[in-house]
Design a binder for this molecule. Structure first.
Ligand code: THU
Length: 161
């Protein structure tokens, strides 16, 4: 028997003023995208912004549905926008923020399991890792070098060969 351990490293910043200019701007774009959220059911508005390798910044937000499972998280809305408008162009960084109408919004959230899977697929598709900048509407920020750090032992297309 062999035992293995997987470690995840991430950077923590006190607030967005401690980020470099590029990261702060992307987080700001994610915060702007919160206003485009359609979240009448959960009242939990999420905004995401991606910086592509060609310098373009795209935004997405969560889009809910009266049939709850039909709703989409901001991250997957954004990935669909990226691949529809700029197929094959790597997403270098993605910032995610939110506003919780029913509670606090002062700490980072990280992508749900389904979004982790979609982010992992995108990294494989364009052969580039996606760096994540996670922060609430205020408060500390965490930066994770690649989305797949959040999905150890991921199932990928390579497993189907
Ligand atoms: N949500 C996102 O858009 N991204 C996340 O990372 C977490 C959750 C959305 C899904 C749903 O519309 C609402 O937040 C509450 O779960």
């Amino acid at each position: 028997m062999q035992q293995h351990q997987i470690q995840v490293l991430f950077d923590e910043y006190q607030d967005s003023s401690s980020l470099n200019q590029e990261d702060a701007a992307l987080l700001e774009a994610a915060r702007e995208a919160i206003h485009l959220s359609y979240a009448p059911y959960s009242k939990f508005q999420v905004g995401a912004a991606a910086r592509l390798s060609n310098g373009v910044i795209l935004k997405g937000s969560n889009q809910e549905n009266a049939s709850f499972p039909a709703g989409l998280c901001a991250e997957r809305v954004l990935l669909s926008i990226c691949s529809s408008l700029y197929p094959g162009i790597p997403v270098i960084d993605m910032a995610i923020s939110y506003f919780n109408q029913l509670g606090a919004s002062n700490r980072p959230i990280s992508p749900c399991g389904v979004c982790r899977q979609s982010l992992s697929e995108y990294e494989t598709l364009v052969n580039h890792q996606i760096r994540l900048i996670l922060g609430g509407s205020t408060g500390k920020i965490i930066v994770i070098e690649k989305a797949t750090d959040l999905l150890p032992l991921a199932f990928t297309s390579a497993d189907m060969k």
